[in-house]
Design a binder for this molecule. Structure first.
Ligand SMILES: O=C(O)[C@H](O)[C@@H](O)[C@H](O)[C@H](O)COP(=O)(O)O
Length: 303
């Protein structure tokens, strides 16, 4: 079928390629001029009604302004899919705005990163059954080969797709953190002399084998001691939203929360909280503190 793709970055560009390889006609638009058309207006004019437009732009302001701009251009019967990592609460706002014009809306969490073009993407969709049905040829082209239910889900009404993707990303945080802590412990001076080989051995037959573990092995093969990168980890919001939702629903989520907070800690050159702990130990117990500028692994010299 014919589809407009807005956003042709690492995700949108690769998805457009995978869709074309499956025989779909994709008209791409990117605001850096790299697409087939130069504007959203031209994209809408190029597509045949009823149009399907898939958004793959950064969550938040970029997605909001794209949906608002499309609302001025589209007509009843057209369908917008937000495949970015939007917060699920944004979906209701976008669906409501478009609904006043008779334009349909589906949200779709997309997982798989840069590997998705060849391996297929995991898809989590939210919306009305008829809209999901209309998009099945697109979902089938994007998802991995095999049974549909193993790479695609219609998770519920509008918002459910991004909700499912949000929780997926919370799980992703926890899994990554567990492998990361295992890596650090294996490397910390115990009897293991080849950490990469141990993690590689875990990748077949063990209880903890997984794609994330395979990627960890791959990273260690390229850089056995991870000397080429610093221990600074960004987050793009979904871990925070997952923890927010855990609080709303009173769901204990200690692993995901700890993994999120570990990322915040990774950005501190020195921890104000731990300075305070050291200061308090010195206050109540006269315990020694490390002076500023002293290497962390040197014995303390203070009081
Ligand atoms: O499933 C995926 O393909 C990933 O989760 C993908 O969506 C992206 O890499 C994360 O959004 C990064 O999230 P953080 O920046 O929060 O780690």
């Amino acid at each position: 079928m014919q589809l407009g793709m807005v956003g042709l970055g690492r995700m949108g560009g690769n998805m457009a390629e995978r869709l074309r390889a499956a025989g779909h006609e994709v008209v791409g638009y990117a605001n850096d001029g790299s697409g087939d058309v130069a504007s959203l207006d031209e994209l809408v004019k190029t597509l045949t009604a009823p149009r399907t437009i898939w958004l793959m732009v950064p969550a938040g302001e970029a997605t909001n302004s794209t949906v608002t701009a499309l609302a001025d251009l589209l007509e009843a019967g057209d369908l917008v899919v937000d495949g970015g990592n939007s917060k699920f609460t944004d979906d209701a706002v976008h669906a409501e705005l478009l609904d006043t014009l008779g334009v349909r809306y589906v949200d779709c969490g997309v997982s798989g990163g840069v590997w998705g073009r060849t391996e297929g993407y995991g898809l989590m969709a939210g919306g009305d059954a008829a809209d999901i049905e209309r998009l099945l040829p697109v979902f089938d082209a994007l998802r991995p080969e095999g049974p549909r239910e193993e790479g695609f889900v219609h998770a519920g009404p509008v918002g459910a797709g991004h909700y499912a993707k949000m929780v997926h990303n919370g799980v992703e945080y926890g899994l990554m953190q567990a492998y990361a802590e295992g890596y650090e412990l294996l490397s910390a001076g115990g009897p293991v002399d080849n950490v990469g080989a141990v993690m590689k051995a875990w990748s077949r037959g063990t209880v903890v084998r997984s794609w994330l573990l395979d990627l960890m092995v791959r990273a260690l093969e390229a850089d056995p001691h991870l000397d080429q990168i610093t221990g600074y980890a960004e987050d793009s919001g979904e871990g925070r939203w997952t923890v927010d939702e855990a609080i709303v629903h009173a769901v204990p989520a200690p692993v995901i929360s700890a993994a999120l907070f570990a990322r915040f800690a990774s950005r501190q050159v020195d921890s104000p909280a731990m300075k305070a702990v050291a200061a308090l130990r010195a206050q109540f117990g006269g315990h020694a503190t490390h002076k500023a500028g002293e290497a962390a692994n040197e014995p303390p010299t203070g009081g």
